[in-house]
Design a protein around this ligand. Structure first.
Ligand code: HEM
Length: 431
């Protein structure tokens, strides 16, 4: 065997430690996964690589952090580009991981035998959001300082425990040197370690479930997976091309758009408006309409428990691998999306311009908590029953539509918070 061929064989068997030798051809169809899990993985690797390099310059102390970023931007060769790549990858990862969650959900890949991987996925999502959140503070500029201050101060509203949790996160009564050290350790050591352990486990579970979800077809033995093709080149070349394309997009973004950096943090001067990081703006928006116990505890907790419980529901059809379960499922998803947008935008406008302001004295637990929360629950239950009884949906389709309703409402509130809240948190276009 020539030396060249020998090396190629070694390389091939090395790659096959990570990938099965052959995969069903049907799982290669791009529209099954949109390559989103792979993209998330590439972004994690980019973040770790650029993050390690940033550590050579960054100093986690309030009197030096901001200057170290200025130094990176202006003195270190390619320093600004490095920070930009890290920033763009971090924000893209939240979006891509969320889209991957949606694709797993809408192709019914969260039921047995993939239920454990769904839960690991939720843990990964939490790790991704927390990584972004802890990284947000590090530049120690005005936007970072006040975003962390406003989002942790939401906890004050939690009766009894809120104050304690906030102090624990901040390492003191307010954001200061200890907060920066805590966030730095969590951001650069704890969360990356967690990700590096959880991700191989996530991939191993995909292998344990005999690969990606694919629909069972009626004219075929359910055990067979159709035609098999070699991973190399069919799967691996697709993955490499996707990874290169994604890296090129991130690089272009990083070359043309700088990561934001405002003035150095000034604890005595809050910007107007003071906003939480964009992925928490949905919660900040909820807080403007609901009693805090509902806005920051009960509603997010209900959503999270709902996501965790999804695999436990007893479904009445096997629709795994079929996008939106069926044609009716697809139509119901569309209806749910439109209804959720109408209700959430309508709700915000109603509360803002029509309902009487109740911000004198403490907000009422019943008027801004129990009543509207009860109303939402009633609407959700009504919608579920409508889908089941009137539109003839099976459990799979109805649960899917209900999930769509809630997620679309949350995304709509997030967009309102990000783009339509200006000075004094008034409703206005800020884009
Ligand atoms: C850092 C974040 C994540 C990374 C890097 C990641 C990576 C991957 C990859 C590469 C796959 C193989 C198929 C594909 O590309 O879609 C996959 C599958 C899967 N992921 Fe993730 N994932 C992440 C987060 C999540 C989240 C947030 C969830 C859901 C809560 C999730 C649930 C699943 C499930 C259930 C599968 C199996 C799907 C199937 O068999 O079709 N993952 N993941």
């Amino acid at each position: 065997m020539s030396k060249h061929l020998h090396q190629r064989t070694h390389f091939r068997s090395f790659l096959l430690h990570f990938r099965p030798r052959a995969v069903p051809e049907r799982t290669l169809r791009f529209t099954l996964t949109w390559g989103l899990g792979g993209m998330a993985m590439v972004l994690v690797l980019l973040l770790i690589a650029t993050g390690l390099m940033l550590k050579f310059v960054y100093e986690p102390f309030p009197d030096r952090a901001y200057d170290s970023i200025l130094y990176l931007n202006s003195q270190v060769p390619f320093g600004q580009l490095l920070r930009n790549i890290h920033w763009w990858s971090a924000n893209a990862l939240i979006l891509v991981a969320f889209l991957h969650l949606l694709r797993v959900f809408y192709t019914g890949a969260f039921v047995a035998p993939r239920q454990l991987n769904w839960v690991i996925g939720l843990l990964l999502m939490a790790a991704v959001v927390l990584s972004n959140y802890t990284g947000y503070l590090l530049p120690w500029d005005q936007v970072a300082f006040w975003a962390i201050t406003i989002s942790t101060s939401m906890l004050d509203y939690l009766p009894g425990v809120g104050e304690g949790i906030k102090q624990w996160i901040l390492g003191g009564a307010e954001a200061g040197p200890q907060t920066l050290v805590n966030f730095y350790a969590i951001h650069t050591a704890i969360l990356p370690t967690l990700l590096l352990f959880a991700l191989p486990f996530h991939f191993w579970r995909v292998r344990k479930a005999q690969g990606l979800v694919i629909p069972k077809t009626t004219n075929e033995d359910p055990q067979t997976k159709g035609e098999m093709v070699d991973s190399m080149p069919h799967l691996i070349m697709r993955e490499v091309s996707m990874a290169l394309l994604l890296c090129a997009i991130i690089l272009l973004l990083a070359m043309f758009f700088n990561a934001p950096l405002t003035d150095q943090a000034n604890p005595g001067l809050s910007p107007n408006p003071t906003k939480a990081p964009w992925y928490f703006m949905g919660i900040q928006e909820l807080l403007m309409h609901f009693h805090p116990v509902f806005a920051i505890l009960l509603i997010p907790l209900a959503l999270l428990l709902g996501l965790l419980a999804l695999p436990l529901i007893r479904y009445d059809a096997v629709t795994s691998g079929v996008w939106f379960a069926s044609a009716r499922g697809r139509r119901l998803v569309l209806v749910a999306m439109v209804l959720a947008m109408i209700f959430s935008i309508g709700g915000v406008l109603l509360d803002e311009y029509v309902l009487p302001a109740q911000m004198v004295g403490p907000p009422g637990f019943i008027s801004t908590g129990l009543l509207p929360f009860g109303l939402i629950l009633a609407l959700a239950a009504g919608f579920y029953l409508l889908a089941r009884k009137v539109l003839g949906a099976n459990i799979n389709e109805a649960v899917q539509a209900l999930f769509t309703l809630l997620i679309t409402a949350f995304v709509t509130l997030t967009l309102i918070g990000v783009w339509f809240r200006g000075t004094g948190m008034q409703l206005m276009w800020t884009g």
